[in-house]
Design a protein around this ligand. Sequence first.
Ligand code: TGC
Ligand code: FAD
Length: 394
Amino acid sequence: MSSNKTDRYQHHDYFQMDELLDENHLLAREAVQAWVKQEVSPIIEEYAEKAECPTHLFKGLAEIGAFGPSLPEKYGCGGMDEIAYGIIMQELERGDSGIRSMASVQGSLVMYPIFKFGTEEHRKKYLPKLASGELIGCFGLTEPDFGSNPGGMITTIKEDGNEVILNGSKMWITNSPVADLAIVWAKDETGKIRGLILDMDLPGVSAPEIKGKWSLRASVTGELVFEDVRVPKEQLFEVRGLKGPLSCLSKARYGIAWGAVGAALDCYDSALRYSKERVQFDKPIGQFQLTQKKLAEMITEITKAQLLNWRLGTLANQGKVSPAQISMAKRNNVAMALDVARESRQIHGGMGITNEYPIMRHMMNLETVLTYEGTHDIHLLITGNDVTGFNAFK
Ligand code: TGC
Ligand code: FAD
C-alpha cells in the first residue's frame, strides 16, 4: 500500500467552486500547492515527530507571499483580496496546521495590528521586514489565568516619563521563542487594554518554550515573561479596549476557517485513494456501503464548508463580514475537519495510526485549532449572543 507522503494529492471541487475564483486566486493556489508539495510534505512528519519547528520555512513562506497577503503592496505585502488570503491558508494547512499557524500569526496577528493600529512610521519600519521574513513576530494575548476571558488580563503597563514599564506574563504564544518582536496586550493604569510593539531583545523579556505538546508539534509555542521591561511610549498603539486584539482575532479566525478545509481535504483525499486500493474480502473497501457512507458524508461536509468560506470571503471583500459570521465559519469548519480526520483514520484501519499517512498528525493538530483563536464553545456562545441578544459568557 503506497503512502500519502507521495505527491498524488488531487484537488476536490465537487460543486465547481473553481468557477467562482479568478485567475489570481487560482495562481495563488497553484503556487502554494507547489511549495507545500516541495518544501513541506517531504519533511513534515519528521519535524512533527521530533516536535521541532522547521524555522527554515519562514523564508519560503515569505517568498510565496503567505505573510500579509491581503495587506497593501506599498508595505511589501501581497495586495490580494480576502479570498486569495483564504486560499493560501487552505493550501498551507493541507500541508500542516502548524505551518499555517506560522503564517497566521505573522500576517494576521502581527502585521495586521501594525497596519491597522500602528502609526505610518510603524508601518514603514516593520511591515516590509515582516513580509520578507527578515523579522518574525508573535502575539501575546492569552495569560495563564485568562484564556477565553482575555478581558481579565493582569499584565500591566505603567507610565514613567517617555517609557512604560511592562510587567506580567503570557501563555501559549505561537512563535514566541523564535520571535524578534511581539505584539503585547496589557492594561494601563486606568484598566484599559493597550497594545504595543515589543522588541524581544529588551532587558526583562524572556520566552521559555512550552514542551510536551501532542498537538501542533511542528509549531513552536512559548510563554512571554515581562519583568520591569522599559518600552518607549512610541511603541504603543492608540487603540484602547478589547476590540483592539479581538479585531486581529477576526482576521486570523477567518484564515483558520479556510485553513481547516485544507486539513480536511488532505484527510479525505488520502481516505478516498486508500478505499480504492485496500482490498478486504476480495473487494476494494470502497465498494462496501459503510465506507461509501463515510466518504460521501466527508465530501458533503467539505463542500458545505467550501461554500461557507466562499461566501465569507465575498462578504469580507465587500467589507460586510461580521465577527459573528467569522466565528460561525471557524467553529463549523474546524469541527468538520476533525470529524473528517476521524472518519479518514477509520478508513485507513491500522495504517491510519502510523506516520505513513498524514491523518493522525492532522487530527492531533486540529485539537489545538479547535481551541485556539477562541474555543469551539466560545464561538457557539458568540453565535448564541448574536442571534438572541443575550450574553451567556458571564
Ligand atoms: P465584549 O464586551 O463582547 O467585547 C469587547 C469589545 O470588543 C468588540 N469585539 C470585537 N471587535 C472586533 N472583532 C471581534 N471579533 C470582536 N468581538 C468583540 C466589542 O464590540 C466590544 O467593543 P466596545 O467598543 O464595546 O468596547 O468582550 P467580552 O469580555 O465579553 O469577551 C467576549 C469574548 C468571550 C467573545 C472574547 O473575549 C473572546 O473572543 N474570547 C476568546 C479569546 C480568544 O479567542 N483568544 C485567542 C488568543 S490568540 C490565539 O489563540 C492565537 S493562535 C495563533 C496561531 O497559532 O494561529
Ligand atoms: P480556558 O479559557 O480555561 O477554557 C477551558 C474550557 O472552558 C474550554 O472548553 C472553554 O470553552 C470553556 N469555557 C471557558 N469559558 C466559558 C464560558 N463562559 N462558558 C462555557 N464554557 C467556557 N494565545 C495567544 O494569545 N497567542 C498565541 O499565539 C496563541 N497560540 C496558541 C497555540 C497553541 C498551541 C495553543 C494550544 C493555544 C494558543 N493560544 C494563543 C491560546 C489560546 O487562544 C487559548 O488556549 C484559548 O483561547 C483557550 O484558553 P484556555 O486554554 O485558557 O482555556
